[in-house]
Structure formats: structure tokens, C-alpha cells
Design a protein around this ligand. Structure first.
Ligand code: ASP
Length: 315
């Protein structure tokens, strides 16, 4: 039996203590601890890493505070289109969905893709059809609504500067001012198997069917027992361009770096070099964990069988 550990994130970005009320701060702490304990509980009872991360992510998706499931951000058209992925490091099986609507828990759908389809990555209407076929729980549009995300979207949807041309600094600034809010989990179970999952509404006011890094295996999500399980959060385009999660794995496999060293290299050098704001969480198959960010904050939490428990927000 090996050490087991459970790590979560609830998004990274410009999260500053001075912008936070004590009530909101404690709401985030509580939400993270509840999800962390749910995942850890699965591990403690000898459950698998995959089941542990699923249990934690479902709780975060159901919580309106996070940009995943209920509370997901609004697209340009004023709806929620969600992305999610899960990967099992024991056999490299993976499932992902992009641009799904009305799915209560996109991580359940991604798991269904991993376990019960011949595919890895489904998108849009096809993914929704698969959800219906597999009996995945759906919810009406209103379920996903949150006043906070709506106001965030309203502030940029009609702005003169907005036209989603990629050099639009006004939009960039507005987005940077807000936390991102994606959720992710990685775990190492008592058998030394590791897994990673990420779920998100993507970025506010996204259009053209934009897909971020979260559901892209190797970019926002990756797991391999030989190296690490990683879940990322931040400005997705940069995490795709750096193939961030898989790069951590490669640095460990081919260069012999430790989990912490490899994550430092990717987050604080490679991503920083192209202006990629965000962070990531990781575990290896010995139950070691790391949480690295280059933004002002990242909602994050870790609990392991060595008796360590910590929830934090700021850098
Ligand atoms: N990485 C996500 C995306 O680009 C956003 C986030 O992490 O909050 O879709």
C-alpha cells in the first residue's frame, strides 16, 4: 500500500486578498474542503484515484462559486458551453467532452466517454446526444445561471473594444481582472494509481465554439502512472501551445526531473515566456504533490495520508 493523496484546484487568476470579502473567502475555503474530503474519503476507503477525483469534481461542479457545471461562465451568445476531461494514469484511458450544454456534471459525461465509448473526445451536439443515450443527468438553462457570472459577461459583451480579435487588450484586461474559476482534481490512490480531471465553462464571452485547454488531453489534463497526473487552469490558449500537462510528464520521464521541478519549469518558465497566466496541480505515483502558479492566486487544496491538509488561495 502506498501513500495516497488528493489535490484540487478551483481556478487561477488575479485573485487578490483586497478584492475578497471575509464571507466569500470562507465560502471558497469551505467549498474546497468539502470537495477535498469527499475525494479523500474515497481514497481512505481504498477507492480508486479515478473515483476520488470524480467525487470531488462533481461537488465543485454543483457549486455555483466555480466556473464549471452550475455557475459556468457565459459565452458570447449568453449560454453555457462546458468542457471537461478525465484520464486514468494506470492504463492511459481518457475521456473528454467540449462545448456541451445542459449537462449537469460534464465530468460524468467525460467519464462515460472514457469507459463506455470507443472514443476519447466528443464535442457539441454529438456529445449531448451521447449524454442522453447514456442517461447522464441534464438540467435546464436556468440551473446554470449565476448573477455573478452574468454581470461579468454583461461588462464585456457589448464593449466597444470587444470583437474578440486576439490583440484586444481591453478584453484581456477585463478577463485578467477576474479569476478564471475552472475546477480540477488529481489523486494518487493506495495502489499507486494516479488520475487527473478538469472541468470548466471556459472563458467569459468566448465565441466561435472556442475550446480551451481543459478537455484537451496533454494540455489541461494528463495522467500517466510512470510520471504524473496534472490538471491545469489559466489562459487556455497558452496551455495548449505549450502542451503544458504532457510537458511536465516529459520532463519527468526523459529528463528525470521531480514533479515539483517539472511543474516549475513549465509554469514559471515556458508559460511565462509566452504570457500564459495560470497554474497547475499535480501528483506522482508515490503520493507526492505539487501546486505551482504564476498568477496572483489559485484556489487550491491538498490532503494526504501523511496527515497533511491545507487549503489556500493566494500566491
Ligand atoms: N483553462 C480554462 C480555459 O481556457 C480556463 C480556466 O482555467 O479557468 O478554458
Amino acid at each position: 500500500m502506498s501513500d495516497f493523496s488528493m489535490v484540487l484546484h478551483g481556478g487561477a487568476g488575479t485573485i487578490l486578498k483586497e478584492d475578497m470579502t471575509p464571507e466569500l473567502e470562507s465560502a471558497y475555503f469551505n467549498a474546497l474542503q468539502i470537495a477535498l474530503d469527499a475525494g479523500y474519503g474515497v481514497l481512505e476507503q481504498g477507492g480508486t484515484a479515478v473515483n476520488a477525483i470524480k467525487a470531488a469534481i462533481v461537488i465543485l461542479e454543483d457549486n455555483v462559486l466555480f466556473n464549471a457545471g452550475r455557475g459556468a461562465v457565459f459565452t458570447k451568445k449568453g449560454v453555457q458551453e462546458m468542457d471537461a476531461a478525465i484520464m486514468d494514469g494506470s492504463d492511459l484511458s481518457a475521456g473528454a467532452v467540449a462545448g456541451v450544454r445542459n449537462v449537469r456534471n460534464p465530468i460524468m459525461l467525460a467519464t462515460e466517454v472514457m469507459r463506455n465509448s470507443n472514443h476519447v473526445f466528443l464535442s457539441g451536439k454529438g456529445a449531448n446526444d451521447f449524454a442522453i443515450k447514456q442517461g447522464i443527468k441534464l438540467e435546464p438553462d436556468e440551473y446554470f445561471y449565476s448573477a455573478f457570472r452574468y454581470d461579468q459577461w454583461k461588462a464585456i459583451r457589448d464593449s466597444d473594444n470587444y470583437s474578440l480579435d486576439h490583440t484586444n487588450h481591453h478584453l484581456e484586461e477585463l478577463l485578467r481582472d477576474k479569476k478564471f474559476g475552472t475546477v480540477g482534481a488529481v489523486a494518487c490512490d493506495a495502489n499507486g494509481n494516479i488520475a487527473a480531471a478538469t472541468s470548466t465553462g471556459g472563458m467569459t464571452n468566448k465565441k466561435y465554439g472556442r475550446i480551451g485547454d481543459s478537455p484537451v488531453i496533454g494540455c489541461g489534463t494528463y495522467a500517466n502512472n510512470k510520471t504524473c497526473a496534472i490538471s491545469c487552469t489559466g489562459h487556455g490558449e497558452m496551455f495548449i501551445r505549450t502542451v503544458a500537462a504532457y510537458d511536465v510528464s516529459c520532463l519527468m520521464e526523459y529528463k528525470g526531473l521531480s514533479l515539483q521541478e517539472a511543474m516549475q519549469e513549465v509554469v514559471n518558465k515556458k508559460l511565462v515566456n509566452i504570457g500564459g497566466e495560470g497554474g497547475m496541480i499535480g501528483v506522482d505515483a508515490k503520493g507526492n504533490h505539487a501546486m505551482v502558479l504564476n498568477s496572483a492566486g489559485m484556489y487550491r487544496a491538498v490532503r494526504n495520508s501523511r496527515g497533511f491538509n491545507e487549503v489556500s488561495i493566494y500566491k
